[in-house]
Design a binder for this molecule. Sequence first.
Ligand code: HEM
Length: 426
Amino acid sequence: MTSQPHRPSPHQDAPELFTWEFATNPYPAYAWLREHAPVHRTRLPSGVEAWLVTRYADAKQALADQRLSKNPAHHDEPTHAKGKTGIPGERKAELMTHLLNIDPPDHTRLRRLVSKAFTPRRVAEFAPRVQELTDDLLDRFARNGSADLIHEFAFPLPIYAICDLLGVPREDQDDFRDWAGMMIRHGGGPRGGVARSVKKMRGYLADLIHRKRESLSAEPAPGEDLISGLIRASDHGEHLTENEAAAMAFILLFAGFETTVNLIGNGTYALLTHPEQRNRLHRALATGDRSLLETGVEELLRYDGPVELATWRFATQPLTIGGQDIAPGDPVLVVLAAADRDPQRFADPDTLDLARRDNQHLGYGHGIHYCLGAPLARLEGQTALATLLTRLPDLRLAVDPGELRWRGGLIMRGLRTLPVEFTPIS
Ligand code: HEM
């Protein structure tokens, strides 16, 4: 239990959050908060109290506000309930000095380094490989006529893709798949297996970075992958410690993995439950028109995006958001899912419209921590959805939507399973 003094919220009639119903459909509760308590202090399931910011304008301002630090040391009780709060930085310290937990100037230096290696061009060159991975995974389950789309498709695709991009040898990628699976399955729960998986991943990455650094000085230099690019960038004047390099590889894996699983999972689910939108996209793809696919993936991110709440922020000085005073040390969670359904910003926000144009959603965040992997996420999301719809034209849910279970984690929104049926392909 927390020893923090409870500062009661003026909104005692607020809907109950973090229940099973809320995990299934949080949008009515978010609509209430946006309207009645747009900056709302609540007790999280871990016992920590935090401010939830739900209006689009406030969310955008908070995401860019440098008085809100990403460094968990600014939490007013950083040692509180050690390891059980879900606040990053309490555990696994070596891997935790990564982009999402640091502020300028370190953030500026590390982000510049990784941006040199993780360029939109590198991602664009990767498109054929993403298509090949997508087709291979689909070939494996498509003969059966039924599948759990999360387990057999949405989950493995991003892990193999990011491993390839980083330069993790193919023969080691199934280990990553297992470690990542452990982390995603038990992310919010008891940590024994998770801690072991993180430890194994850390050991592996440290070793891989070391080996790549050695082989880069050999002639001829090996092919260019992201980890080699990172090492090269750091060897040209800017300093990157091996710990920082390992933390960088880890955050790329971690930030790029469950998010993309959920983009494919939530996106497919939204399409299957909005047949007229799905048919429209199917028809566009059949004529070779990809513009609806591009706007459509953005709309799916807005409508039911993978990152429900942006990652933790902590006030470093007194500030006001949406008229609410925030004290130094207070945690602030920006609710991207609520902001992206704000009727003050989006017309008919609860309607899925794949052709929506005025769509500056916050699904990838905003400001200096804006998603570094957005080009890769777009590539994977577009490839996965287009391939599914095109190759499995009668894809449908195998269960009633009410039977689907959503994961109850704090930051991410995604399905545990997505059972589907379709005419098998040979
Ligand atoms: C940051 C969303 C995929 C790497 C972020 C943030 C969001 C986000 C909301 C900002 C968090 C905050 O400000 O608290 C998403 C979504 C994705 C996705 C919705 C998939 C649909 C990826 C991929 C990668 C990636 C594929 C890399 C391979 C990162 C990194 C950051 C980040 C490194 C931290 C950037 C920084 O702090 O400067 N992402 N992401 N993401 N994302 Fe993504």
